[in-house]
Design a protein around this ligand. Sequence first.
Ligand code: 5RP
Length: 225
Amino acid sequence: MSADDQKRISGEAAAELVEAGMVVGLGTGSTAAWFVKALAARKLDIRGVPTSEATANLARELGIPLATLDDVKSIDLTVDGADEVGPGLSLIKGGGAALLREKLVWEASKRCVVIADAAKKVDHLGKFPLPIEVVRFGHVHTGHRLADIAAEFELLPPRLRMAERGVVVTDGGNVIYDLPSGVIAEPAALGAALKTVTGVVDHGLFLDLADEALLGTDQGVVKLV
Ligand code: 5RP
């Protein structure tokens, strides 16, 4: 089965968790897009809270009624992809530059389900460079401070994320620095250190947030808790 098929079956399985009347957090990325499509096909009476402009546009096209995070008291269920799924359902997210809105929506959710293809499951976080969202003002200086923290954790310095058209700017108007880690031995300590830097808005370590994972594998969808 291709990675895309694995993403599709995990997204479809997650769509089955949604019940009428729910407020549903809609993740960002190619796996979350499969979830949004499968959810739209069920035509349930729900409201979706999108985690990015891209997901909002997709959901609107598919006829899913949307709410903002501030429109709702809480979110019943959020379904989102991940770049890595590590021990204890620790995650790296932000490959799609949506980590800030994603984390805000996850933290407002009663239940968070991560969906992914099998290759995303890892023994240690860090092979995927850790995305860090940084305010644009003075971001080069912030990048230097991040490099100092990286050195303390024996990691390589972070790199400003670029795309063909120039610097990547998030939906919140910030930039992303990617920290090429290798192995993140102490995710909680690294996350805490990154948050001490004023220019850092947030980082892509999602620790103690996921309640379960639905991994698409060649043998079908495998649930991790
Ligand atoms: C976006 C994310 C995505 O969920 C993550 O990058 C996984 O993407 P994909 O499902 O396309 O592999 O965190 O910020």
